[in-house]
Design a binder for this molecule. Structure first.
Ligand code: COA
Length: 391
């Protein structure tokens, strides 16, 4: 069915944590050649949360500027995607709903499928807006990525939240149809309910991701998608930024093209700026790549951008976004750069101490120290309930 209006991303805002650990500092601790981090995986630093920061505080911080600019009147659905949930039952988005003063006539739901969740939220949102173009949907992706200390995954940790306002006649990016989909049951990365850190078969996860690029693209083409040559750039899920380059090489091979280094650079290099310093923000990561691309130097008006979302376990989706005329006037580059730049550097011992602190589980009242410099904080745990407040 065709509509006479576009549907897509009307506003995009992201937030991250108050602390940052550089890979230079990590390599001083573990003796790893810094070039492995800077060149081999393409990471320079990772965002680290304070004790009073979590997916809720980041989500609210990402969404607050969107609410400030557009209000809440037209938002009737709030989707929060995460794979690092703070409760097995209650949707984290309800805390965000409360912190940001949404009216009660909103449905709030949490979505999970590893790093793919936000894309599911975005696609569901476009369908809701299609049903009623007067409505807007707020889709928030928020994650804190944690691997075991001294494991290979540790260097790829990070944390961030992105808030996408989905509407008819979007200011930034129209989400095109169709999508290429690819799902199969693999154990490349997972986190059982009793663990605070993820388990990962590192090399298998890379192979699983590349297989999904191939599978999702083939389905995208079979569904009548655009040819490769029509795309100006590609935003891939970035568990570490070098993965985007590997992914694009795979796509070129799938399309029967030579995996030429210059072509790969041209397609991907402008998407990695935020992720290389924030680290893996799981389901938020592809949307940080999109922010970096849109805020970059090139004028992308009218261009098609390929978006590849990957969630271990595994579900993948390839789809296209069409950049809207006038999009530059609605970007938030200054605020995003400020969020990244104002993080306080921590040394390795301070990071390790933070990692070893866990929130109390005894049901008594515990107030948490005020450490965040963000606008919202987890003030304490009382009777097994998380208590949030404006900072
Ligand atoms: N200088 C430059 N490059 C170097 C280097 C050096 N001194 N030392 C190593 N490298 C390169 C390697 O050649 C390799 O490149 P390649 O992938 O192109 O072959 C890269 O750095 C990583 O090195 P490797 O030895 O494979 O790293 P690792 O065993 O520490 O594992 C991951 C890397 C990504 C598998 C690991 O960090 C991980 O498990 N991450 C979490 C899971 C994940 O992100 N999966 C991705 C799909 S979702």
């Amino acid at each position: 069915m065709r509509t006479d209006y576009a549907i897509g991303i009307h506003d995009l805002s992201f937030s991250t944590t108050s602390l940052v650990l550089s890979h230079a500092e990590l390599s001083r601790h573990n003796g790893t050649d810094l070039a492995k981090y800077h060149v081999g995986i393409g990471q320079r630093a990772m965002s680290v949360p304070t004790l009073d920061e979590d997916i809720v505080t980041m989500a609210a911080a990402a969404a607050a500027p969107v609410v400030e600019r557009h209000g809440t009147d037209r938002v009737r659905t709030l989707v929060l995607a995460t794979e690092t949930a703070v409760d097995q039952s209650k949707a984290a988005g309800i805390y965000v709903h409360s912190l940001l003063g949404f009216h009660p006539n909103v449905r709030v739901v949490e979505v999970k499928q590893a790093c793919y969740g936000a894309t599911a939220g975005l696609q569901f949102a476009t369908a809701l807006v299609h049903r009623d173009p007067g409505q807007q949907v707020l889709v928030i992706a928020s994650d804190v990525s944690r691997y075991d200390l001294d494991s290979p995954g540790e260097a790829t940790q990070g944390a961030a939240a992105t808030a996408l306002l989905v509407s008819a006649n979007p200011a930034l990016v129209e989400i095109d149809r169709p999508s290429g989909l690819f799902t199969s049951d693999v154990m490349d990365f997972w986190r059982p309910n009793y663990r605070s850190t993820a388990l990962v078969n590192g090399k298998e996860s890379i192979a699983a991701y590349l297989e999904a690029v191939d599978g999702a693209w083939r389905d995208y083409s079979a569904q009548g998608g655009l040819p490769l040559k029509d795309f100006r750039a590609f935003c891939y899920h970035q568990p570490y930024t070098r993965m985007a380059f590997k992914a694009h090489r795979q796509l070129l091979e799938t399309c029967g093209e030579a995996p030429d280094d210059a072509a790969v650079e041209h397609a991907v290099a402008a998407t990695t700026g935020y992720n290389e310093t924030v680290g893996n923000s799981y389901t938020a990561s592809m949307y940080l790549a999109l922010a970096a691309l849109l805020e970059g130097e090139d004028d992308l008006t009218g261009e098609s951008v390929g978006l590849f979302s990957y969630g271990s376990g595994r579900v993948a989706e390839f789809f296209a976004g069409h950049v809207r005329p006038g999009y530059r006037e609605h970007l938030r580059g200054d605020a995003h750069r400020a969020a990244v730049d104002r993080r306080r550097p921590v040394d390795y011992p301070a990071y390790r101490e933070l990692r070893e602190q866990t929130l109390p589980t005894d049901g008594r009242w515990h107030d948490l120290p005020h450490q965040t410099q963000g606008p919202f904080r987890l003030a304490g745990i009382r009777d097994h309930q998380r208590v949030y407040e404006a900072a």
